[in-house]
Design a protein around this ligand. Structure first.
Ligand code: PLP
Length: 511
């Protein structure tokens, strides 16, 4: 084969390559789960609350899934309840236990690195008369059980600490935290979502009173979670209605999702048997990253860490721009958690472990899966290395100081606002912009003129960077991203914003 043809073939396969390294955000549904769910959807439509045979068959599917989930987390089946997601499980425990103890006891002790489904619920509870004390963590996100114990007083009814962190992978000594809490008469909720399927989870050995789980982190479906409630642990339902789930969670059960969760749990030993290999791949990746950028900082601890999770800071490299470049080359990673990717503030977890705002915005999370290969790691490191060396095509960036009236009203510039609908309500866009939602950008491409300069904007300049790369891959010759986005346009270009924001906006129609 001619050298030129070879280069073309290499380029072709490279453009097609997808390397998914965001398994802490979610995982692909496994074949076993898919087959189980398909069978249930097709043949088991009976309402489990009815009494006849097809209903009893559906009820038995749920009970089998409960046995499978209980075995995977080392609980008794009657201690496991299915919910709509782990967010619901966390909400249900925090609200129900607070209701149970308040006003006799009013304090919860937690950590500053919990998932938003915990932190936002705690924020809500502070409006209802609950006080929350946050135990500081060290630079790897570790909580010292002795520090937790010091914060527990006679008014404390609950300690809430996750088993493994979704951003850094840090694993906490929950057994010691539980022992300390119980000594002082407090109950314990542990969010086990990220640990489940990556390290062994034994709720009885941990001694926790409540634990939350989610199916989609271990190759199960989205939209189903589980809640462990220790026998006799106080709990009042979040949802009121029917008597499903022993009266703990009203609403007709999502049988196919629950069956999918059970099927995923049946394969948990297989997942756990691969974690050593995953850990070796992660170490290899760290070695490569240190060669590529010797000043990179590994935020995840070496010990007591999920084997698949790596939080790494690349000084002076914007994580949004790096992620967009990696995405262009088929590599999926995230900045902080999936939940914080579109947020305005830097990740609260990275701030809690002591990173500055700048360092937090230079940090990415790489999370490997059980099927990640050595080739995936080599490819991701190669793309990253080329990006750091400046060997990848860049998308042009416009800073807010370059944004002036002649750009806004230049006939050769086509402004594309890719914010989702709800964000457009928060702040008004640049004048003469064209609105097209980020999530279905492919459907708008035919509207976008190829002979103009495309200036892509979004709320913060992150999503727009990904779209700018996408348009480049579609052959648009002049694409520029507005760094800082509409938030910056509002705060840094106040005068322009006052005069022109929201004028002459065109909503594009999807194809
Ligand atoms: N807790 C942790 C630690 C998580 O990482 C997540 C999801 O990212 C959740 C809770 C929420 O899970 P779900 O998506 O099932 O609501």
């Amino acid at each position: 084969m001619e050298l030129q043809q070879l280069a073309f073939v290499k380029q072709y396969f490279r453009a097609k390559r997808q390397v998914y390294l965001d398994h802490n955000a979610t995982t692909a549904v496994s074949g076993h789960v898919l087959r189980t769910m398909h069978r249930v959807l097709k043949h088991r439509y009976g309402n489990p609350s009815s009494l006849y045979k097809i209903a009893r068959q559906s009820a038995e599917i749920i009970e089998q899934a409960r046995r499978d989930a209980a075995a995977a987390m080392h609980a008794a089946p009657h201690e496991v309840y299915f919910t709509g997601c782990a967010t619901e499980s966390n909400n249900a425990v925090l609200k129900s236990v607070s209701r149970h103890f308040h006003p006799g006891k009013t304090r919860i002790v937690s950590t500053p690195i919990e998932h938003p489904s915990v932190t936002s619920t705690l924020d809500f509870l502070t409006t209802q008369g609950i006080t929350v004390e946050y135990c500081p963590v060290d630079s790897h996100g570790r909580v010292d059980p002795a520090d937790i114990e010091k914060l527990i007083d006679d008014r404390t009814f609950l300690v809430c600490c996750m088993l493994a962190n979704n951003e850094t992978g840090t694993v906490q000594d929950i057994a010691a935290i539980t022992a300390a809490a119980h000594r002082r008469g407090a109950l314990v909720l542990s969010d086990c979502v990220q640990a489940f399927g990556k390290i062994p989870v034994d709720v009885h050995a941990l001694g926790v009173d409540y634990a939350s789980f989610s199916a989609h982190k271990l190759h199960g479906p989205k939209g189903v979670g589980a809640l462990y409630v220790r026998s006799g642990g106080p709990f009042t339902p979040l949802l009121h209605g029917g008597h499903q789930e022993d009266g703990m969670r009203a609403g007709t059960e999502s049988i196919h999702n629950i069956a999918g969760f059970g099927a995923a749990c049946q394969r948990i030993d297989r997942l756990l048997s691969r974690t050593e290999r995953t850990g070796r791949l992660k170490s290899r990746l760290i070695g490569r990253l240190r060669k590529i950028k010797p000043d990179c900082v590994i935020n995840s601890p070496e010990e007591d860490c999920l084997p698949n999770t790596l939080s790494v800071t690349f000084p002076d490299v914007s994580n949004a721009e790096l992620m967009a470049a990696l995405d262009y080359h088929g590599v999926a990673v995230s900045a902080g958690s999936a939940c914080s990717t579109q947020e305005k503030r830097p990740s609260h977890v990275l701030k809690a472990i002591g990173l500055s705002d700048k360092a937090a915005q230079e940090t990415i999370r790489i999370s490997l899966g059980s099927d990640t290969t050595g080739g995936d790691i080599r490819y991701a490191a190669k793309v990253l290395g080329e990006y750091m060396d400046g060997r990848l095509p860049f998308v042009n960036t416009m800073t807010l100081s370059q944004l002036n009236e002649s750009v806004l009203f230049d006939r050769q510039t086509y402004i594309l606002d890719v914010r989702p609908q709800f964000m457009r309500k928060l702040l008004k866009s640049l004048p003469n912009s064209h609105e097209a939602s980020f999530v279905s950008i492919e459907k708008y491409v035919h509207h976008i003129p190829r002979d103009k300069h495309i200036l892509v904007v979004c709320q913060r300049g992150n999503l727009s960077h990904i779209v700018a790369y996408y348009l480049k891959s579609k052959g648009f010759p002049w694409v520029t991203n507005l760094r800082g986005g509409i938030c910056g346009w509002d705060t840094r270009c106040g005068d322009l914003y006052e005069r022109f924001a929201g004028r002459d906006i065109t909503a594009l129609q999807p194809a």
